[in-house]
Design a protein around this ligand. Structure first.
Ligand SMILES: C[S@@+](CC[C@H](N)C(=O)[O-])C[C@H]1O[C@@H](n2cnc3c(N)ncnc32)[C@H](O)[C@@H]1O
Length: 164
């Protein structure tokens, strides 16, 4: 028998923490669950989100947001989706945040800050990591050229498995 359970919702203290630290606007909140935080919320399965969509293929134009925040499920299936999310986040905003037990390391989206959750005892790290789009000659190009060059470079990095 199939059972439907409510998606995990974070606690008040986590809510306060992210709202305090993340100040860029407009903010796109992906994998948002039932949270209403952010100027636009997106979730693949939760009907109350502003947009039903996949965090790996964001249905927004380039530079539509000041930052993207993601709180994905933490099972290994979603770990493999992180690179695609970062690529999409860096297309729609210059800054991205990921709340997860994983770090993305790549030239196109250097890590600028990392917070870790402190729990008593021994536990798997849960990180809030912040990424910033690399500022290169892309600013001298048209948006279309910049998008295609960034996409090509990311594809090369991903397909080559090059992490740094
Ligand atoms: C950890 S929960 C987020 C909980 C949220 N912070 C809250 O307080 O309600 C992760 C969410 O990611 C959503 N999700 C799973 N796969 C997704 C995907 N490919 N794209 C977008 N959202 C996805 C799930 O539906 C779930 O609501």
């Amino acid at each position: 028998m199939t059972r439907y359970r409510e998606a995990f919702s974070w606690t008040r203290s986590i809510d306060d923490f992210v709202k305090w630290e993340i100040r860029e606007t407009p903010l796109l909140h992906v994998c948002a669950g039932r949270s209403a935080w952010g100027d636009v919320t997106l979730d693949l399965h939760v009907a109350s989100a502003d947009v039903q969509g996949d965090w790996q293929a964001l249905p927004f134009p380039a530079d539509a947001f000041g930052a993207v925040f993601a709180d994905p499920p933490w099972d290994s299936g979603h770990k493999s989706e992180v690179a695609a999310f970062v690529r999409e986040a860096m297309r729609v905003a210059p800054v991205a945040y990921l709340m997860a037990p994983w770090l993305y390391c790549g030239k196109v989206a250097p890590i600028t800050r990392v917070w870790y959750r402190e729990f008593p005892g021994v536990n798997q790290p849960v990180l809030l990591s912040r990424y910033e789009r690399v500022k290169t000659q892309l600013s001298l190009m048209s948006a279309g050229e910049a998008d295609s060059q960034t996409g090509a470079r990311l594809n090369r990095l991903d397909s080559a498995g090059e992490e740094f």
